[in-house]
Design a protein around this ligand. Structure first.
Ligand code: CTP
Length: 399
C-alpha cells in the first residue's frame, strides 16, 4: 500500500515545456490513492489544458482568485490548510523568484505562501537560466525556508541545448513524495527528549556567561522528530525561535542546572535523547543578588564551578533500549575527540561538526556533520540545510 493513500496533495504547475510531464505525475499520484488539487499559473495553461488535468484529478483545476462565471472565490488559505504537502512541478525561474520573494500575484504563489505543510519544488528551465546567480540564490532561499528542492537533471533540453535544467522524471518526483510520507510515521509512539540552545549562567541580576548557540539545529531536529510522529520534549535554553508542531512540548530553562533537572525528570520515560544544547561547562560559584557596580576599587574576580555534564549523567542512568545521541563541536583532532566523548558519556551516537568547516557553526542555517556510532562506524554528510541535516540524523538513529 502506498504511503500516499488518502493524502491531500496540491500539484502546482507553472508555465514551462515540462508541464506535459505533470500529467504523468498527476496520474501516478491519483493511482496511489492521493487526492490531488491542481493549481496552475496563467502561463501554465498555455502549455497544458486544464480539462486534461481536471479529468485526471476529478477536481476543477484552480487558476484564478475567482471563478469567472460564478464569482466564487478560490480560497488559497483553505487550500494551504487542506494540503498534506504541495509539489510544484515544473517550477519555472519566474515562479521560483516570486516564491522566494513573496510576490503573490497569482493563485499558485498565494497558495504556496499559505501552505503549512512540506513543499517540494522541481525546477525546470534552460541551462543558462538555471545556472544564473539569481536563480541559484532564489533556490537557496527556498531551501532556507525548509522547501525540498528536487534537483533537475542534466540532459537534452527543449531548446536543443544540453545541460542541467530538465525537470526530474515524474517517477522520481513521485518516489520523493512516497519516501517523505513513508518516513512520516516512523517515530510514531516514540518519546524523544531534545536539548537545544545555549545555557546562561548568572553573574548578577543583569549579566550572565553564555555562548553563541542559536538553537537552530536542536529546533530543526525537534520539528523533524515531531513530523515523523514522535512526542517531543524540547528543553531549550534562551533562543529567539518558536516551534510550529503542536506535538513539541517546550520546557524553557536558563542554566545548566535547570536543564539537568528538566532532563532528569523527562529522561526515564524517553526512548531517545538528543543532546544538542551548548551547555556552559562552568558557572559562577556565587550569584550577586544586586548588580555589580563599577565603583569598586578592585576589578571583580568571578570564581567558577563546574557545571553538571547532562549527557554523561543521562548516559550513566541509561536503561536497556534507550538511545542517547550527543553532539561534538571540535576545532582540532575532531574524530578522536568526538569518539572519546561518545565513550566517556556512554552515548550511542555522536554528531560531529568541525569549526573548520565554513557554514557549519553557530547561527548559520547550514551544517556539515559526520555521525559516529558506538560500534565505530562513521558516516560523513555534505553541507546541507539544518532541516536536511536533522533528517539525516534521525535516519541515522533509526538505522
Ligand atoms: N553536554 C552536556 N552537558 C555539559 C556539556 C556538554 O550535556 N555540561 C553535551 C552536549 O550537549 C553535547 C555533548 O555533551 O551533546 C558534548 O558537548 P561538548 O561541549 O562538545 O563536550 P564537553 O564535554 O563540554 O567537552 P569540551 O568542552 O571539553 O570539548
Amino acid at each position: 500500500m502506498s504511503s500516499l493513500l488518502g493524502k491531500h496533495i496540491i500539484l502546482g504547475i507553472c508555465g514551462g515545456i515540462a508541464a506535459y510531464k505533470s500529467v504523468s505525475l498527476l496520474r501516478l499520484l491519483v493511482k496511489a490513492g492521493a487526492e490531488v488539487q491542481v493549481v496552475i499559473t496563467p502561463a501554465g495553461k498555455e502549455f497544458i489544458t486544464p480539462v486534461t488535468l481536471s479529468a485526471l484529478s476529478q477536481k476543477p483545476v484552480v487558476s484564478e482568485f475567482f471563478t469567472a462565471n460564478t464569482g466564487v472565490w478560490n480560497s488559497h488559505v483553505d487550500l494551504g490548510l487542506w494540503a498534506d504537502c504541495m509539489v510544484i512541478a515544473p517550477a519555472t525561474a519566474s515562479s521560483i523568484g516570486k516564491m522566494a520573494h513573496g510576490i503573490a500575484d497569482n493563485m499558485l504563489i498565494t497558495t504556496y505562501l499559505s501552505a503549512k505543510s512540506q513543499v517540494f519544488v522541481a525546477p525546470a528551465m534552460d541551462l543558462d537560466m538555471m545556472a544564473h546567480p539569481s536563480t541559484q540564490a532564489n533556490i537557496e532561499l527556498l531551501r532556507s525556508y525548509g522547501n525540498i528542492i528536487i534537483e533537475p537533471e542534466s540532459g537534452e533540453l527543449a531548446s536543443g541545448l544540453v545541460g542541467k535544467g530538465r525537470m526530474e522524471e515524474p517517477e522520481k518526483i513521485f518516489a520523493c513524495l512516497e519516501t517523505y510520507f513513508g518516513r512520516k510515521n516512523d517515530l510514531k509512539g516514540k518519546k524523544v527528549l531534545i536539548t537545544a540552545g545555549p545555557t546562561y549562567e548568572k553573574i548578577d541580576p543583569v549579566r550572565f556567561i553564555g555562548n553563541y548557540s542559536s538553537g537552530k539545529m536542536g529546533y530543526a531536529i525537534a520539528e523533524e522528530c515531531a513530523s515523523r510522529g514522535a512526542e517531543v520534549c524540547l528543553v531549550s535554553g534562551p533562543v529567539a525561535l518558536t516551534v510550529s508542531n503542536p506535538s513539541i512540548k517546550v520546557i524553557n530553562i536558563e542554566s545548566a542546572r535547570e536543564m539537568l533537572d528538566a532532563c532528569e525528570d523527562v529522561f526515564p520515560r524517553a526512548d531517545i535523547a538528543i543532546m544538542c544544547a551548548a551547555v556552559a561547562d562552568y558557572a559562577p560559584s556565587d550569584v550577586a543578588d544586586r548588580k555589580i557596580k563599577r565603583e569598586h576599587d578592585e576589578v571583580p574576580v568571578i570564581h567558577l564551578v563546574k557545571n553538571p555534564d547532562i549527557a554523561a549523567s543521562l548516559g550513566a542512568s541509561k536503561r536497556q533500549g534507550q538511545i542517547i545521541v550527543g553532539f561534538a563541536l571540535e576545532t582540532d583532532n575532531e574524530f578522536a575527540n568526538a569518539s572519546e566523548k561518545l565513550r566517556r558519556k556512554n552515548l550511542d551516537m555522536i554528531v560531529l561538526n568541525s569549526l573548520r568547516d565554513k557554514g557549519a557553526c553557530f547561527g548559520t542555517d547550514t551544517n556539515k556533520v559526520s555521525v559516529i556510532k558506538s560500534d565505530g562506524s562513521r558516516l560523513d554528510f555534505p553541507m546541507k540545510s539544518k532541516r536536511e541535516v536533522a533528517k539525516d540524523i534521525v535516519d541515522s538513529i533509526l538505522s
